[in-house]
Design a protein around this ligand. Structure first.
Ligand SMILES: [Ca+2]
Ligand SMILES: [Ca+2]
Ligand SMILES: [Ca+2]
Length: 208
């Protein structure tokens, strides 16, 4: 009788809280976990990590009355447009036909970068773009970005690993997180100000 084997699993997602290493940046920790065909941890597995922007958003934060007393007390973002990232071939260069909003540069500006996790190991090797998992099949990395990019850019992380001869890939898409306590002090300005760095007009073909 043939025993049906479980496929190996590669899982990636955000870990714990959003960090603010300084006033101008956020840092979000991520964890990957690799499991082999029998459902056991896959230690010493090389996991490649890549990240590309997939969308950017236009719009602005507006004061919102969450307590119901008639006065605004927190900021909520109101999107006017959701636009496909202009760098469709993901090479980081503005190619003919990519400049949809006609401003001469790529949007989003792709200021989010992969980095080592600030405290957890094993972590991301900046030189190779890889993590080697620990005995439990875990590995860690982080994404750092200017606070002004939070909520206005959407990224896609792709992790891949070769487990027992099979190439596994997993993706995680997320809009850059904003710290809750940075938008709950209305009228103190939200990170980066009230407007999207990509404009407020409800059209992806305008830079305004
Ligand atoms: Ca209120
Ligand atoms: Ca390009
Ligand atoms: Ca552009």
């Amino acid at each position: 009788m043939e025993v049906k084997k479980q496929a190996s699993r590669l899982v990636v997602g955000p870990a714990k809280d959003l960090l603010a290493p300084n006033n101008s940046q956020y840092q979000q920790g991520f964890v990957v976990q690799v499991t082999d065909n029998e459902g056991n941890p896959a230690p010493a597995t090389i996991v490649s990590v890549e990240m590309v922007p997939v969308r950017y958003f236009k719009g602005q934060y507006q004061g919102f009355d969450s307590s119901g007393d008639g006065d605004p007390d927190e900021w909520r973002m109101v999107y006017s447009a959701s636009c496909e990232a202009e760098d469709v071939n993901h090479n980081g260069v503005l190619d003919p036909g990519e400049d949809i909003n006609g401003n001469g540069t790529l949007q989003p500006t792709n200021q989010a970068t992969l980095a080592q996790h600030p405290s957890e190991t094993p972590t991301f090797n900046l030189g190779t773009g890889q993590i080697i998992t620990d005995d439990s099949g875990f590995g860690f990395f982080s994404v750092t970005y200017p606070v002004s990019q939070a909520v206005w850019s959407r990224m896609r992380i792709t992790v891949s690993a070769n487990v027992q001869g099979t190439e596994d890939r997993e993706q995680y898409e997320f809009t850059l997180f904003v710290a809750e306590n940075d938008i709950s002090n209305f009228p103190e300005a939200p990170p980066g100000g009230t407007g999207s760095p990509y404009g407020t007009v409800a059209s992806c073909s305008s830079p305004l």
